[in-house]
Design a protein around this ligand. Structure first.
Ligand SMILES: [Zn+2]
Length: 85
């Protein structure tokens, strides 16, 4: 099953950002660095857009030093459909 980041649209998250009860996964997106359950309160959806814009502003750089992206990863392709890079 594919789990997508609500901020950057990365589709390699280990867990669903929020489970059926709305509990955050506590996972840090390796792509944009968003920490579910920490950087959000699970209520205000605009936080994803704010984070996305900040991430784009910083040049869409890969966040994690330990979880690397696949060869050929492309932020622009990834963001298609949810925003512009
Ligand atoms: Zn992300």
């Amino acid at each position: 099953m594919v789990h997508k980041c609500l901020v950057c649209n990365y589709d390699g998250l280990h867990d669903e950002p929020y489970d059926a009860k709305g509990v955050a996964s506590d996972e840090i997106c390796p792509c944009c660095g968003f920490h579910y359950g920490y950087d959000d309160d699970g209520m205000d959806k605009s936080i994803y857009i704010i984070w996305r814009l900040k991430w784009i502003e910083k040049g869409c750089t890969w966040f994690s030093k330990s979880r690397l992206h696949v060869v050929g990863w492309n932020a622009k392709e990834q963001l298609k459909g949810i925003g512009d890079c």
